[in-house]
Design a protein around this ligand. Sequence first.
Ligand code: ZN
Length: 525
Amino acid sequence: MKIYTCLCLLFLAGYLVAQNNTSALLPMPNQITSVKGKPFTVRSGKTAIYMGQPELQFTANTLQNILYDRMQVEIPLASESGHADIRLLIDPAMDGKEHYRIEITSKGITISGATAGAVYYGIMTMDQLLLGDACATAQKEIAPVHIDDAPRFSHRALMLDPARHFLPVNDVKFFIDQMARYKYNILQLHLTDDQGWRVEIKKHPKLVGKDYYTQEQLAEIIQYAAQRNIEVIPELDIPGHTVAILAAYPELGCTHTDTLPKIVGKTTDLMLCANNEKVYSVYQDIIKEISSLFPSDYIHLGGDEAVIEKNWTKCTRCQAMMKELGYQKASQLMIPFFSRMLSFVQENDKTPILWCELNNIYPPANDYLFPYPKNVTLVSWRGGLTPTCLELTRKHGNPLIMAPGEYAYLDYPQLKGDFPEFNNWGMPVTTLEKSYQFDPGYGVSAEDQAHITGVMGTLWGEAIRDINRATYMAYPRAFALAEAGWTQMKSRNWESFKQRLYPNLTNLMKKGVSVRVPFEIVDRK
Ligand SMILES: [Zn+2]
C-alpha cells in the first residue's frame, strides 16, 4: 500500500501541492470540519445508496455516475435505509433552501439537505472531494469529514446570449452541466436582440427566423436545468435592442423610422415606440406566453442602452406624449413605457428584472435614468457605476444583482491579446485574478448590502460564435465568480483558489470542455 501511495503522489507531483479532500473544493464550502478516524471504503457488492425521498432519484443516479466515473464501481440503490451505508435525505428542518450537510465516517456517508436541490449540491461537493483526494479515491477510500454548507447569495447566475449567435439545445444543456458543478443556480437566457428573436411565440409566429427555440425545446431546457437546481430566467430586451421584432413588425417603431430598412444582423439603434398601442398589445401577448412557459418567478425586460435621442426624441407620436405628460426629457417616457410593460409582468404573477441604467453612462452619475418601481430587481453592470447603483438601490429599496463589468463580464478578454478576435470594440481586459477580487458586497456594511441578492457573469454573444467559445470565455473566471456568489469573504483566498483551480480545470478538459489555461498566474522562473 505504501508503494502505491508513493507512486500516486509522484504521479501528481505536477500539482506541487499535497492532494487531500479539500484540494478541489470549488466554490469553497463555508464550514468544513476535519474528522479523525479511518476512511470510508467503497465496496463493490456491499456499498449501496439509500434515498430518503423519491424526489432524490435524479440526485441518487448522479451519485452512482460519479462513483462509477471516479472509482469504476457500480453502486446499487437500496430500498431500505438499514441496508445502505450511503444515505441521501431531505431534512426540511434545515434552514435555507440550499443548505446541505455531508458527514463521512468509516461507517458511512450521510448527505442531507433542506431540499432536493441542496442534496444535489452535497453530491456536487462529494464529486470534488473524490477529485481532490486522488490517491484515496484510487483506493476507493473517502476520508472522514463534516461539511455544513450554505451559500452567501441566493441568486448565482450565468448569462448566455443565443440572440447574437444561436446556441442549439444540446449546447445549452452542455453549458448547464458545467454550471451545476460550481453551484450556479440561475441561467439567464438573452432571447431577443437586434440580431435575432430566438423564442417561439405561438400568437406571433412571424417573430422567429431560421434559428430559434420552440416552446417544447425551451421546456426541455428548463426541465434539464431544474433537475440540476438551475432556474432559467428569460430576458426579452426592450425598448432598445429590438431590431429583430421591428423587422417582423415595422409598425412597432417610431414614426420617423417607418421608411428605414430593418435588417436583422445589420440595423442597430432602433427602438420600440413609446406611444403606440400595438407595441403594448403585442408585448402583452408575448409576456403572457413567456410567463406560462418559464416557471421562474422572474422575467428580465432589459431596459439597457436605449438610444432615446435617435428614436423617441424624433418621433411625432412620442413627442406628442411628452407634451401631454408635461415631460422635459424624452427619457421620462421610460416611466409610462415601463409602467405598462411591468403591469403585464405583474398580471402574470412574475417579478421584473431590469439592467440598472443611471442618468449618465459614465461616472459621475447620481440618479436612476428614470424612477424604477420598488418591485423591480436591478442588475448593476456598467463599469465604474456599481458603487452608485449599490447606493441608489439601497436608498430606493430595489433588490440588486451584481454583474459589474470590471469583474463579471466574462465576454471581455482574459488577458491582453487573448480572444475575442472579432467584434472586439476595445473591450477592457478582465483577468482571472481581477475576477477573483470581486466582493459582491463591495466592502460596504452588512446592512448596506442586505438588498444584494446575488451575482451574475455575462457572456454577451457578439463575439461568441459557439458553445466552445462560450466555455473558453467562462472558465476559469466562472470559478472565481462561483466562489464570489457562494463563499463568505472570510473563507476566500486567492492562493488557495489558485491551487484548487488546477484539478477543476483538468476535470473540465477531461469532460471535453474548452477552457483557457491561465498561464499568467504561474511563476515561470
Ligand atoms: Zn415613437
